[in-house]
Each structure stands twice: as C-alpha cells, then as structure tokens.
Design a protein around this ligand. Structure first.
Ligand SMILES: *Cc1c(COP(=O)(O)O)cnc(C)c1O
Length: 351
C-alpha cells in the first residue's frame, strides 16, 4: 500500500483510524459483544423485510423506535434520542454541548471514543484517574467547570463500577452537561436512565450492541430532558438510524426484553466462571460489573498475538494508566471460554 499524504486538516495528523477486527478467528472475545444469541423477534423482523421498506427513507429521528425505548427506559418519547450506535449519540452530544475550546472531563482509563470526538470537535481533554476499586475524586473531575463530563459506568476497559456516591456527586454538582455512558447497564442490573429527564443536565447513553446482541445493526440511544435531546438532534442530520435497524430494535424491545435480560444473566454467570478460571491460572482479573474482564498480564500484546495464532482474539492494552499491561476478554459460553483459557495458558507459558 502506498503511503498516504497527511490529512487535509493538519491538526489531525497524529490521528489514526480506529483499529477494528483483523481477519476472522475461530473464537473472538475481543469486542464485548454478546455470544449468547440474537433476540428472535429482531431476526424475524429482518427476515420479513419487504422491498418497500428499503426503497423508502426510514423515520427522520427514529420515531417508531423512540416509543419502544421510552417504555423500556421509563421515560417519555420526547426524552429519547436514537443514533447509529451510541458512538453516534456520543459524537452528536459532544458537538451539541461543547464549543471549540471548551473542556471535556473524563476518568482515565476509560472508553476512548469520547476523547476522540472531543478532539474532532475542537474540545480540550481533562483526565482524572480511576482507581482499581472504582474510587475517583469527583471534585477533580469537576475542576474548572468543564462544559462536558463523560463518565462510563460500568467502565470500559476496566469493567469496574465507578463509585456510585462519587458519580451522584458529579451529577448533582456539574455546571455543564454530564454524559453517563451505560453501555453495560443490563449486566450491572442498574441504570440512571429513568432519572435523567428530571435532571436537565444529564444524558444517559445506552446501546443495543452489547446485551441486546445487535452490534451489527448499529443502534444507540440516550435518555434526557426533552430540551437536551432536541439539542443532540440539532447537531446532526436526520435518518441516522436505518430502516432495518429501527424495526428490528423496536421488535426486540417490544417482544424480547425479558429474553435479553435472561441472556445477560447468562453472560454474567459466564463472566464469573471466566474469572475463576483466570484465577486458577494465577492471574488476578479486576472485579467486573460488565460482560467482560480486564486481567493484568505481562507482555499483553505478545500474549494476545500468540492467542490469535491459536484462533482466539482478545483485546490487549499496553501500559493502561494505573493498570499496566492487560487483556480484556468478554464472556462466552463454556466451549468458547475453554478455548480462550487454553490459548491463554499456552501463550503465557511461552511469553
Ligand atoms: C461498546 C461501547 C460503546 C459503543 O457502542 P455502539 O452503540 O456500538 O456504538 C459505547 N460505549 C462504551 C463504553 C462501549 O463499551
């Protein structure tokens, strides 16, 4: 491949494209998606799609899905915004609530996408350490009255639950907007989505890519006060949610919410089994409230590369602030888990 010239916007010259999955492997536990199935009603809806559905535009702002989400989240329809994955909702929200030069404040380490969107939108980044037990200093996070605070709970990539009292203090005291990313709420068994509209400054962002098993459809959403939701929708164009995704997601919420929660419970049990299996290898995974585990290992990149050679993909992190070299591995049924643990054991032996 030829070397590309630097980007047109020279201030982006140090940005690289997001690293997505490489060649398929037999067992992929690298991206925190669900290994416990797809809601049957969503698949049925996709299979029954007629030509007319794809010949026409979808709804402007995901209106049919908003009703199903409002019911699911316990809020009103006009308190829901949808998007092409929660990444799109995060991007739009950061554009809506931060002017160039403003600050986005977040914990570290955390999900990297908001920092990236902040950068693209000309915002400055302020980081506060998140400790292994979930503790963090809420006042440090709020120092300087940032325009936006981003908090991920349970946190990716650590899996830990940031201290609840500290999260509540941030929500109560923030002068700017608080974006709470609850991508793993179904596994943690708790969400602040229903409380969001009453707090005019809180946006709770959720996704159907993890517990709902619909990552390929790219459906994200958020709950917040109607004015906040309107601002997010103002910051982007219409039709971001495609017609198939909109229908399948609404069907899953209407008919399979209990089914999804049962699969999430299976994922949590599988995660706990994985934790025990990792401990039996002498490793110490962090406590997790999500469907994945972060486990410190020496030479994480090398270990992950060796595992990939034996057909198992996990996510390697080198020098994660406060946590060092680690692997992130998500929950899977017994057969995939056994393959992953065997590959890890072998990789560690020769690392
Ligand atoms: C996976 C993930 C997302 C992205 O979800 P999409 O809806 O697929 O864009 C957002 N936030 C966190 C913390 C995640 O782990």
């Amino acid at each position: 491949m030829n070397e590309l010239p630097p980007p047109r916007r020279s201030e982006w010259s140090d940005l690289a494209l997001y690293q997505t999955a490489q060649a398929p492997v037999a067992v992929d536990l690298s991206d925190n998606t669900s290994r416990f199935g797809v809601p049957p009603s969503a698949l049925a809806e996709l299979r029954a799609t007629e030509g007319e559905t794809v010949a026409r535009y979808p709804s402007g702002y995901g209106e049919p899905l908003k009703s199903a989400l409002a019911e699911f989240a316990g809020v009103e329809r006009d308190q829901i915004v949808t998007g092409c994955g929660s990444d799109d909702v995060l991007d739009s929200a950061i554009r809506a609530f931060g002017r160039p030069g403003d600050t986005l404040s977040s914990l570290s380490p955390t999900f990297p996408m908001p920092a990236r969107f902040a950068r693209l939108n000309g915002l400055r980044l302020q980081e506060t350490p998140l400790h292994a037990d979930g503790a963090f200093d809420p006042d440090a996070l709020l120092a300087g009255s940032p325009a936006i605070v981003y908090l991920c709970t349970p946190n990716n990539p650590t899996g830990t639950l940031p201290d609840g009292a500290a999260v509540d203090r941030v929500i109560a005291r923030a002068k700017g907007i608080v974006i709470l990313d609850e991508a793993y709420a179904e596994f943690a068994g708790a969400s602040r989505a229903a409380q969001a509209p009453a707090r005019g400054t809180l946006l709770v962002v959720r996704t159907m890519s993890k517990a709902f098993g619909l990552a390929g459809l790219r459906v994200g959403w958020a709950a917040g006060a109607a004015a906040l939701v309107r601002d997010v929708e103002l910051s982007r164009g219409p039709y971001t949610l495609n017609a198939l995704a909109e229908r399948a997601a609404a069907a899953a919420l209407r008919h399979d919410a209990a089914w999804v929660m049962a699969r999430a419970a299976e994922a949590v049990a599988a995660r706990d089994s994985l934790a025990a299996e990792l401990r039996s290898l002498g490793l110490s995974p962090l406590p997790s409230a999500a469907n994945f585990l972060l486990v410190p290992v020496p030479n994480a990149a090398l270990v992950a590369a060796r595992m990939r050679d034996s057909g198992v993909a996990v996510r390697a992190f080198a020098n994660l602030p406060g946590f060092g070299n680690s692997l992130r591995i998500h929950a899977a049924p017994a057969a995939e888990r056994a393959a992953a643990v065997a590959a890890l054991k072998e990789a560690l032996a020769c690392a």
